[in-house]
Design a protein around this ligand. Structure first.
Ligand code: SF4
Ligand code: SF4
Length: 178
């Protein structure tokens, strides 16, 4: 059988999906879905609750951040800006040498550039970044979509606790450190 050109296949899928949307019960019961009323809501007069694990905004737990820059270097949009400096910290054990640790001076995320891919949250080795389902932070000025560490820290209060894993799962259940 001759191979179907890609664009014909694409049109076929589009037509099928369109028909399924218009006639969810199939063509034997041709009652168009729009007659049942709109499935959208009139935001902001009506609001829908997003799922707990929705990618609304990124929250920072500053105490966990070591300014290692891994998230910033992994971000495909280069929209995480971190600055820090070294400080001396007490030794881990009695008699040991004082340690050099990074102190975070700046941690900004520009949500005007962020594409919500979640890579930064995944790569952070110190559990310092979390998703919050909050999404109402639009701004009249695009520059105000740059959230600094104070603002990112405030989002942390809205991070939901992890649900327990399914029975039989061997993964350790991690809790959001509060
Ligand atoms: S979600 Fe993706 S684009 Fe947004 S800050 Fe994180 S890595 Fe960058
Ligand atoms: S948020 Fe995580 S990955 Fe990013 S600098 Fe802090 S510790 Fe490193």
């Amino acid at each position: 059988m001759a191979k179907m050109p890609g664009f014909v296949k694409g049109l076929q899928i589009t037509a099928r999906t369109g028909l399924q949307t218009m006639f969810p019960d199939g063509l034997r019961k041709p009652i168009p879905a729009p007659t049942r009323g709109a499935v959208t809501v009139q935001y902001p007069h009506e609001k829908e609750a997003p799922p707990d694990r929705a990618r609304g905004v990124i929250a920072l737990k500053e105490d966990n951040c070591t300014a290692c820059m891994l998230c910033s270097r992994s971000c495909p949009d280069w929209c995480i800006y971190i600055e820090g400096h070294k400080v001396k910290a007490p030794p881990r054990r009695a008699g040991g040498k004082p340690r050099n640790v990074n102190k975070l001076d700046r941690f900004d995320i520009d949500f005007a550039l962020c594409m919500y891919c979640g890579i930064c949250v995944e790569v952070c080795p110190f559990d310092a970044l979390f998703w919050s389902p909050e999404y109402e932070y639009s701004e009249p000025r695009i520059a105000d979509l740059l959230h600094d560490k104070t603002r990112l820290g405030e989002w942390f209060e809205t991070v939901p606790d992890f649900e327990p894993y399914e029975a039989g799962s061997e993964q350790k259940v991690k809790k959001v450190p509060r």
